[in-house]
Design a protein. Structure first.
Length: 367
């Protein structure tokens, strides 16, 4: 296989789904003998990227400011020095910087890919993600959204490449240490010997935490709920409203907040069912895919990217949107049965290999 030079560009390398995907792909590229570069404004994950064999170039391309566009010449200088085969843009702010940098990039210019990681709004600001040489959609939901809203900006139809999760990291053979379990249940004594229903995701009004709390109020007392962060960036007003809702339903001894750090696998392991209940369609359902890989039951509204994940991994968990009675019955039925997801094929290796194939296909057609 041809060895490639690949640059990925994103605002920062802190926590988040896009950042994790960039790190995973960097690791894959290095293992396959390719040269991997990442351009960002830095962050706590830079160390991991370098330890995995990647190269990081620091550039201030994260601020939503007109002044960020002045980084275009610097970005072009970096691209000219590396002379990559592929530049892969992952976010809108650096995408505009990259667009401006084209006038400074020397021939032969690299092929530019973008990935739609979200259902971006349709104003002028977002259309940049559809305007590059090749576009990747991370779900059928996103592919349809691109075609419906951005078709006139596309140079070629988007390529559907489903997101995947690391099957080794999220292995169904993973078991937390006894000390971890002891410490967890010392912190949450009321969760011991209960059916733990877990709701992972950042705290946001559209993510569905209110729906989760309502669900818990309709489940029997032997069910307990865990709302899993991170929520350091949550708006205090919203967090307080959720705490008030828990009090109103008198669930203080059954529903808890947990600020997960590097222990999401342990939380999945302890869970009976893992949920996604977003109030608007999401581009993908990463958390329920991770849980399914670990052999945990998953459930949620049957729409958007999470609905696609449920259909492919565990259709028993699909529930029509906002049908709370059905949701309650689904969670109860799942917790009482032994059926669990198995043979999950949406792996990160599959996603990465399809991305490399897309790169090579584009290079062949450009040569």
């Amino acid at each position: 296989m041809r060895k490639l030079k690949v640059i990925q560009i994103l605002p920062t390398l802190n926590t988040g789904g896009v950042e994790r995907g960039v790190l995973d792909f960097n690791n894959y590229l290095v293992k396959k003998g390719h040269e991997s570069y990442v351009i960002s404004n830095g962050g706590r994950q830079v160390k991991n990227l370098i330890e995995d064999g990647g190269n990081h170039i620091h550039l201030q391309i994260s601020n939503k400011s007109i002044f960020t566009l002045f980084q275009a010449k610097k970005l072009a200088d970096v691209i000219n020095e590396i002379s990559p085969d592929i530049v892969h843009i992952r976010s809108r702010i650096p995408a505009w910087v990259l667009q401006l940098s084209k006038i400074f990039i020397k021939n032969p210019r690299p092929i530019i890919f973008s990935t739609f990681h979200g259902l971006y709004s349709t104003p002028f600001y977002s259309r940049i993600m559809a305007s590059f040489d090749r576009v990747i959609a991370i779900s059928k939901t996103v592919e349809n959204y691109i075609n419906e809203n951005y078709e006139r900006y596309l140079k070629k139809p988007p390529r559907l490449i489903y997101r995947g999760s690391d099957e080794e990291y999220f292995s169904n053979s993973f078991v937390p240490s006894e000390s971890y379990k002891d410490n967890f249940f010392q912190q949450f004594t009321n969760l011991k010997n209960k059916k733990i229903i877990t709701f992972p995701g950042r705290l946001s009004s559209w993510k569905g935490q209110e729906s989760f709390i309502k669900l818990m109020s309709d489940l029997p007392d032997d069910y307990s709920g865990l709302i899993v962060g991170p929520y350091a960036s949550a708006k205090p007003k919203y967090l307080n409203s959720l705490k008030k809702l828990i009090e109103d339903y008198r669930l203080q001894n059954r529903v808890y907040f947990y600020n997960a750090k590097d222990d999401i696998r342990e939380i999945y392991y302890l869970s009976e069912v893992v949920l996604n209940l977003s109030s608007k369609p999401e581009p993908f359902g990463r958390t329920i895919l991770e849980a399914a890989m670990m052999g945990k039951k998953i459930a949620g509204w049957d729409r958007g990217g999470p609905g696609e994940v449920l259909e492919m991994c565990f259709p028993q968990g699909k529930v029509e949107f906002n049908k709370f009675n059905s949701l309650v019955e689904t969670v109860k039925n799942l917790s009482e049965k032994e059926d669990v997801p198995s043979n999950i094929f949406l792996t990160s290796d599959l996603m990465h290999s399809k991305t490399i194939d897309f790169y090579l296909d584009a290079i062949d057609k450009n040569s």
